[in-house]
Ligand binder design. Structure first.
Ligand code: GAP
Length: 456
């Protein structure tokens, strides 16, 4: 794709997202907060639909799964145990004039330098050697290690405040509750604990809309297995394939998804093995999802730091520390990639139209209902009846009587509504309506009494 097309697609999508109530810049009226986005009315529904789809596939459809909802605030000790206070870092480099901050690895990669294996000192030497400058053309300082965890202080009295962190990954909320789930639910291995919730990272350079942000939601499954090589291999492969199938269910084209294995030096400190599902964005192949073999890292470390046993007693009475296969993805990225992949411009009746070809289970509005004319009370009344019946059945149904029918169709196409139902004068006699399909733009006449089963 040529560069202008790339910018074009992202720009068009960002503009549509704002104009149609999907995503707004956080605290926009105060100039916006970098790396923070708010979901509008339609974005909230899309987000909920993605969560429902995740919960159904990863938790509800399976027998051995539990779901929890842990707190965002966790004490410093948790993050020392998990290794994040020490290892959850990025290399930061500063423009010496403007003091703007950049990722040293990104500065080098943009200059064609491979940064795997590079220490922070080596990055500094390479930046000096190549005389790399900031995007503003100024010299760059020495790279420093920067921790991404966001800290806060709990307690009212100065001096007696306890340091806590907003969780940098939702995972630790599950790990610290492993024993509680064992004791309360008595699961047998293998079993999983799923969670959806917010995570916070003080990203040095947030950007590309919802792609790299400082506050985001994650959907994660921690799958506990017997600590053997065979079980590890079996379940790793299983969750890798499962996660890819789930991602395709967002309506994303197969050719725009791929797996990529992490290099040894690239892996997170807790991982024994790591693969990403990547999506082909207009700005290159980017991580969408991560599947990690975490081994016994989390349970071993929490046992050590908390003094609480994190062991599981198997059928023969042996105490074991289970291994964990994790499958983890960001909701914002899932939403961004779904929107990008389903954004289509095509031609209908000689006019260019914009369509979000969202799969029906994700579309924020399932069906829209129109009276042909808004100044004919008999049409409005009949359309309202149809609307009420469909709303009861499908929930997210929209009524629109504004502008000509062609314009109303375009507005629904743009937000991905799969069906539009129009009540016209023939409806009054024949008790039937026109159902128009978003993807084909074809219309068919359907009896009102058959409408729900037809749309179902
Ligand atoms: N518990 C494992 C974990 O957090 P990760 O690869 O750091 O692993 C998992 O994050 C997923 O969370 C990523 O694949 C991505 O979808 C999402 N994610 C991570 N950082 C993000 C950020 N700054 N902005 C948006 N999404 C992010």
């Amino acid at each position: 794709m040529a560069n202008h097309e790339v910018e074009n697609k992202m720009e068009k999508l960002i503009s549509l997202a704002k104009r149609r109530g999907f995503v707004f810049q956080g605290s926009e009226i105060y100039g916006g907060l970098s790396g923070v986005w708010d979901l509008g009315p339609l974005g909230s529904i899309l987000n909920e639909n993605i969560k429902k789809y995740w919960t159904k596939k990863f938790v509800e459809d399976r027998e051995e799964m539990y779901k929890i909802s842990a707190s965002i605030l966790m004490p410093e000790k948790v993050w020392e145990a998990s290794g994040h206070t020490e290892s959850f870092t990025d290399p930061l480099v500063e423009d010496v004039e403007t003091k703007k901050r950049y990722r040293a690895d990104h500065v080098l990669e943009d200059a064609g330098v491979e940064t795997f294996n590079m220490s922070i000192e080596e990055m500094g030497e390479k930046i000096d050697e190549l005389e790399l400058k900031s995007p503003d053309g100024n010299a760059l300082g020495k790279p420093k290690v920067f921790n991404l965890l966001m800290e806060t202080y709990l307690g009212a009295v100065d001096g007696s405040k306890d340091k806590a962190y907003l969780r940098g990954e939702i995972t630790q909320g599950v790990q610290v509750n492993f024993k509680n789930v064992l004791d309360s639910m008595r699961p047998k291995l293998p079993f999983g604990i799923g969670q959806i919730g917010k995570a916070f990272r003080n990203e040095i350079v947030p950007g590309q809309f919802l792609f790299r942000v400082r506050e985001f939601e994650q959907m994660e499954l921690q799958y506990y297995i017997a600590p053997t090589k065979e079980e590890g291999e079996r379940w790793y492969e299983f969750w890798k394939a499962f996660s890819m199938e789930w991602y395709k269910g967002l309506g994303i084209k197969e050719e725009n998804l791929r797996f990529r294995q992490h290099e040894k030096d690239e892996m997170a400190h807790y991982a024994k093995e790591a693969w990403d599902i990547e999506y082909k964005t207009p700005f290159g192949w980017k991580e969408a999802w991560g599947i990690h073999h975490r081994g016994d890292w989390d349970l071993r470390r929490h046992q050590e730091y908390s003094g609480t046993s994190m062991q599981y007693i198997d059928g023969e009475g042996n105490k074991i520390t289970p291994h964990i296969i994790e499958t983890s993805g960001g909701l914002g990225r899932a939403m961004l990639f779904t929107l990008l992949d389903n954004y289509v411009e095509d031609e209908v009746d000689g006019n260019i139209r914009t369509v979000l070809a969202l799969p029906r289970h994700l579309a924020p509005v399932t069906v829209a209902v129109f009276p042909l004319l808004k100044n004919k009370p008999e049409l409005v009344e009949k359309a309202r009846e149809v609307f009420t019946a469909l709303k009861k059945e499908f929930g997210n149904v929209m009524f629109d009587d504004n502008g000509n029918i062609g314009k109303r169709y375009r507005r629904q196409d743009e937000i991905g509504t799969p069906y539009c139902v129009t009540v016209d004068f023939d409806s009054l006699e024949g008790n039937d309506v026109t159902v128009r399909n978003r993807d084909t733009a074809e219309q068919e006449r359907v009896k009102i009494e058959d409408l729900i089963s037809k749309l179902s």
